[in-house]
Design a protein. Structure first.
Length: 278
């Protein structure tokens, strides 16, 4: 889930339940961030959902465009969506991505080094060559991530499982980009987005690395989108940070513009999640 509605129009299209979650989070995060870091500080990046949600904080929003999507982060805080509690994880945020992994925090720096900060404060390198899109298992014993290409013989990016011992297991590496992975609550199924057919589509594999199967946009090619979006087109997610599992089989994700979708990872059936007033 993303907690930042980019415009009034996006908010109008949003599931009412999601809008209430956003408003509740802002009520808790905004005053807590201002108290800890000053009145100009703002939270801008959110990673995950539920008890382990993390937020990146900037000292202030720059007046002039930076020409990049990467704002210099000041700190990182944890927001418990269940209780509303906000706590500081790190006052010197030097990383571009963070996710809670059980009681620990996974931190990814700009050079692709993935570190694990344990509950006692000890920090160690888990893996190198990590591109991002961190998504932890429900048990907190591993995470899936997008890996950077390290050789001319491999494809642009791939998807891997990284356990807390630092063992990296490649799960998917098709032509082009494989990215934005998410792992099911039972820790068996991995869904990711691939551009191997020229149209960003969902694929599914397992933690054993079975051959990936295309779930959405089957038969569509990039040139077919030039004259308009086909009714059968299923949009990709904004990122893996904006995904959450409704059940073992159903993944819910933010497709951008305030629109949320659900997809059944067994059948590939996908539809907008309008939600209703609940």
């Amino acid at each position: 889930m993303t907690l930042v509605a980019s415009s009034a129009t996006a908010a109008d299209r949003m599931n009412p339940a999601d809008l209430r979650r956003i408003e509740k989070a802002r009520e808790r995060l905004v005053p807590a961030v201002e108290k800890e870091f000053g009145p100009k500080a703002r939270f801008v990046h959110l990673f995950g959902q539920g008890r382990g949600m993390l937020a990146g904080v900037v000292a202030e929003i720059p007046e002039q465009p930076l020409g990049t999507d990467d704002l210099p982060l000041l700190a990182i805080v944890q927001y418990d969506e269940t209780t509303g509690a906000v706590s500081v994880v790190d006052r010197e945020f030097k990383y571009r991505e963070a996710r809670s992994v059980g009681p620990h925090v996974a931190l990814l720096d700009g050079q692709g080094n993935l570190r694990l900060r344990e509950r006692g404060g000890r920090e160690r390198v888990l893996a190198k060559g990590v591109g991002g899109d961190l998504f932890p298992t429900a048990k907190g014993d591993a995470l899936v991530a997008t890996m950077q290409s390290t050789s001319t013989e491999t494809h642009e990016t791939s998807v891997a499982l990284i356990d807390l011992k630092g063992q990296v297991k490649l799960l998917a590496d098709g032509p082009g980009v494989d990215a934005a992975p998410s792992i099911s609550p039972d820790g068996k199924t991995v869904v990711f987005v691939s551009g191997r057919t020229s149209v960003a589509s969902f694929y599914v594999t397992t933690v054993e690395g079975e051959e990936a199967r295309q779930l959405t946009n089957v038969g569509l090619e990039n040139w077919m989108l030039f004259e308009g979006i086909p009714a059968s087109f299923v949009p990709p997610p904004v990122s893996s940070h904006h995904m959450e599992w409704v059940s073992e089989d159903v993944l819910r994700y933010n497709a951008g513009g305030g629109k949320f979708w659900t997809i059944n990872v067994r059948t590939g059936q996908a539809a907008p999640d309008l939600g209703g007033d609940k």
